[in-house]
Design a protein around this ligand. Sequence first.
Ligand code: ADP
Ligand code: MG
Length: 341
Amino acid sequence: RMSVRQASAHPVSEFMGTSIIVIVLWAGGFIILGGKSTMDASLFIYYLVMLYNIINPLKDLSKAYYNIPIGLGCWERVDKILSATNPITELPQPHRLDTFDHQIEFRHVDFSYTEGRPVLKDINITLPKGHTVALVGQSGSGKSTLVDLLPRFHDVCGGEILVDGTDIRHCSLSDLRHLIGNVNQEAILFNDTFFNNIAFGVEGATRQQVEEAARIANAHDFIMETPDGYDTIVGDRGCLLSGGQRQRISIARAILKNPPILILDEATSALDTESERLVQEALERLMQSRTTIAIAHRLSTIRNADEICVMLEGSIIERGTHADLLAQGGYYKKLNDMQAL
Ligand code: ADP
Ligand code: MG
């Protein structure tokens, strides 16, 4: 309603302004030319100039009157976001996590997004430092949800997650997230330059370090092909890039951050076979000496994992090494046989 009024304000005020001038000119001319008044022509012109000057600010006033409610409407929406309460809270005196030394443990973890619809049921995983655990399973079985619990994007509904024996809910959030590098199914990119997107989370990264990381992630070449190189803007959520390019940017970010714990959620799913091979090499280099949770559709990429957990509808139904699981002849073997085709 405000917009309709605003749109009509301009022609209406224009029309009224002109009408006033017409009336004043007509009446003034009539009075002066009639010679009956004490007002002479120069005074009348002076008066007209004043009138012109007053009409314009009056019109602006009407514009302001319409802009204020529109601004208020926007403010309400922005305020809703700014004043939203974050359910993930920190203790007043959180436990500091400067290094990661021993292991990550998921202990009887339950989780649901909405009451009554459990997404994860009684998950138990122990991941010693330097090991790799892989999660496989149908889409929708809760793999992404499981790895999102570790950096506390959500809090567990039951059980606990321990890093070096401390419940992550008692740890400093920024310390915890500093330990973790994340390459997600959906790359989280900002409407900013390649440089800033890769350097995100690493203070004082130099151009050389960023380029080095991009080279390892096989992203340097396509970045250099863009008009402004590393200063090119990637668009909202990286919408100006292809899925594979987005993923390589977030891999470069993880490489630059160099964290002890790595979460790879289908990190190579959006790549073609050729770039997948290149990125896979980069990832394998990255995974060495690191503690990794990897989710993969293609089993070839995780066959060397120390433990593979097969998930179905929120539970781990099979676990073991690649060879163990093949020997068991269960769901994993079925998946493996299908992919062998
Ligand atoms: P996967 O990664 O194994 O494909 P997800 O962890 O993404 O599975 O999803 C597991 C289940 O949780 C799905 O049934 C999905 O519909 C649901 N889910 C995922 N994210 C959300 C969310 N933000 N809110 C509500 N439900 C969700
Ligand atoms: Mg997923």
